[in-house]
Design a protein around this ligand. Sequence first.
Ligand SMILES: *[C@@H]1O[C@H](CO)[C@@H](O)[C@H](O)[C@H]1NC(C)=O
Ligand SMILES: *[C@@H]1O[C@H](CO)[C@@H](O)[C@H](O)[C@H]1NC(C)=O
Ligand SMILES: *[C@@H]1O[C@H](CO)[C@@H](O)[C@H](O)[C@H]1NC(C)=O
Ligand SMILES: *[C@@H]1O[C@H](CO)[C@@H](O)[C@H](O)[C@H]1NC(C)=O
Length: 299
Amino acid sequence: MKHLKYILLSIFINLISSTFSFRFGTYNIQAGSNFEHVYNLTETAETIQHFNFDFLALQEVDNKTTRHPVDQTTFIAQYDHEQPFQSYHFEKMRNFQNGGYGVSILSKKSTVNRVLTYHYNNTTPEQCEVSKEGDYCQGLVLFEIPFELQDKTQLSIYFGTTHLGIGLGGLQQLTEAKQIVRWMTDSIINVTHNPYVIFMTGDFNTIPTDDSIKDVMLSLFTDLWTADEICRKIIDPSNLNGYTFDALNPSKRIDYFFFFKSENFPTQIKFNCEIQVPSTLSSDHRPVVLDFDFSEQDK
Ligand SMILES: *[C@@H]1O[C@H](CO)[C@@H](O)[C@H](O)[C@H]1NC(C)=O
Ligand SMILES: *[C@@H]1O[C@H](CO)[C@@H](O)[C@H](O)[C@H]1NC(C)=O
Ligand SMILES: *[C@@H]1O[C@H](CO)[C@@H](O)[C@H](O)[C@H]1NC(C)=O
Ligand SMILES: *[C@@H]1O[C@H](CO)[C@@H](O)[C@H](O)[C@H]1NC(C)=O
């Protein structure tokens, strides 16, 4: 299986094949500080390298700020010299400390069709220079990654991420989650003709029983941690519920992989997936790791 994955990765994405295997991750990196709040971006990058992601989403990313005068996205993308991330995008959500603060998305493939972005309430990074209580002034960023089946059917994977605010007794998360669902509907679902799947990830700062998840995100998406019919959980015996926060003594699941499949997605493509919340202390959050296979059944 591992061997097959390697071959597939090396010959690349637009190839003719019957199985595509990808490893996705989402990770709130706390701007490169570990669980003890000690800054060490090398540790962050090493931990990420160890997981060998094909596609990675990051939250709480700095770009050339006073506190961390480095382009963190580029540093992480290029840390593994042998297998660097070929495409990456940092979306500056806020002007912060003479630099930028936001979320990033990285891909080991160079074939990214489009980068899609949205800022909550359409606020600009300049308007977010001074943050409001509980409003992290964030938004979304997605890559559209193309691939082609044997019969030349064109498919897309949308891989996206966000970081929700934490204010107003959960109302901040609620208005932002509603904006995600509306944006997905207007910008992808209503306008896309080719078959596709969406993986929407991130730090939602809200637990599964809160309205933002239960009523809003799940009105459109499937939560892959609980979708036993799609995904097998690899469970850490010391963290049965897949809690992602905090890293040392996890007690909440607030980082997610949400999934959506277009109505016209070919039925001959079967999914196989495994999801896990590995233990690492390189941030105050744990990452979520998703291994996802698309298999084309012979007709
Ligand atoms: C930062 O992390 C790296 C990798 O884990 C480690 O080798 C290095 O000693 C750390 N640096 C400091 C200053 O702790
Ligand atoms: C980080 O900010 C600089 C401007 O200071 C910009 O040139 C660079 O593209 C940014 N990095 C990323 C990954 O967007
Ligand atoms: C964003 O817009 C919504 C709806 O227009 C509003 O209810 C909410 O208060 C706004 N949020 C912020 C932080 O301005
Ligand atoms: C998208 O589809 C939904 C549901 O069918 C509909 O309510 C909405 O108005 C549509 N939006 C656009 C921009 O067409």
